[in-house]
Ligand binder design. Structure first.
Ligand SMILES: Cc1cc2nc3c(=O)[nH]c(=O)nc-3n(C[C@H](O)[C@H](O)[C@H](O)COP(=O)(O)O)c2cc1C
Length: 316
């Protein structure tokens, strides 16, 4: 079984990838999307979203990080894909699942799921441009408004030469509302032999096993679940118990050091509150601490609350 950490724009940046891959269990990460319009992007754009490119395209724990591109123009996507691998990305992933409005106005992401031929043209152009030793992969939802093109889209992506397909088992219209329709991944599997990765609504090891059964797919991608339970990948792979709250509190303190050092603390208060939003789902204690920090905008004050939390639990 291979486990991938999902791309999450504005949430899973290089610091979060570093932290979660150090906790362990992941085989591959995908970056937040790089938006491609009608130009060849400067190298700095790639380095900003994927600083791991300075280190052979790996997190400090040695997990490969694949750059993800989002856009609608086959040729521009192809040119920028070449840049990504030249800079050290171990392959390129194409985003056909993003529901954001601004993205769809400029026609990237999930809106392309209505245009099977465009999906084919994009994957084919990128596959032809990128040297064959680098995987070109794609990530889709089951459709835009309905699932009628799910199988055609997956087959088109496979025929165009993609090496792997991640399926977030919901339509764009279904957003992030449970359930995820894992059985649709099994339907897709009956029509194409492209290696599939199942994604959506995996919050614990039991969900992962049900997803594997219903999707007939052993490889999984997890996103929000890994933020809610930082050792989710290890729970799935090695049947480890979920981290205890004191362990999570220690991790939060470590993350605080990274974040503040990383960008001088400017984004830290928002980032940590965002992470608590996910942790609250799994840990009762996170809700209590979140109440304490929600109005704080000063990094040092927030860290002080976390440090107190962590030491209280260690003493207890
Ligand atoms: C805040 C947020 C940002 C996301 N950003 C991206 C992205 O940049 N690229 C992408 O392909 N998917 C993106 N996704 C979708 C996730 O990769 C994933 O498919 C989705 O969250 C379902 O998986 P999960 O239930 O394990 O979270 C994002 C999801 C969220 C919640």
């Amino acid at each position: 079984m291979k486990l991938m950490l999902a791309p999450m724009e504005g949430v899973v940046d290089h610091l979060m990838r570093d932290m979660l891959t150090q906790v362990g269990g992941f085989d591959l990460c995908v970056t937040e999307f790089v938006r491609v319009v009608e130009q060849r992007l400067p190298n700095k754009t790639f380095y900003r979203l994927c600083p791991e490119l300075h280190h052979g395209g790996m997190t400090p724990a040695g997990v490969p990080v694949r750059v993800q591109l989002l856009g609608q123009h086959p040729q521009w996507l192809a040119e920028n894909a070449v840049t990504a691998v030249e800079l050290g990305s171990p392959g390129v992933d194409l985003n056909f699942g993003c529901p954001a409005k601004t993205v769809n106005k400029s026609k990237g992401g999930a809106v392309l799921l209505k245009e099977t031929e465009t999906l084919y043209a994009i994957v084919k152009a990128v596959r032809e441009a990128v040297p064959s030793q680098f995987p070109v992969t794609a990530k889709i939802r089951l459709g835009y408004e309905d699932k009628s093109l799910a199988i055609d889209n997956a087959c088109a992506i496979a025929e165009a030469g993609a090496s792997q397909l991640v399926v977030h088992a919901r339509t764009k219209t279904e957003g992030y509302r449970p359930p995820a329709y894992w059985d649709w991944i099994a339907k897709i599997k009956q029509h194409t032999s492209i290696p599939l990765v199942a994604n959506g609504e995996i919050w614990n090891a039991e969900d992962a096993r049900r997803c594997q059964l219903e999707s007939a797919c052993s490889n999984l991608m997890v996103g929000r679940g890994a933020l809610a339970m930082p050792n989710l990948a290890r729970c799935i792979k090695y049947e480890e118990a979920p981290m205890t709250w004191p362990e999570v509190a220690q991790l939060l303190i470590r993350y605080s050091g990274y974040e503040i050092y990383g960008d001088k603390g400017r984004y830290y208060p928002n980032r940590i509150k965002q992470w608590f939003g996910y942790l609250r789902r799994q840990y009762r204690e996170a809700a209590v601490v979140f109440d304490e920090i929600r109005r704080l905008n000063d990094a040092e004050q927030i860290v002080a609350v976390l440090a107190r939390q962590s030491s209280q639990h260690l003493v207890a």
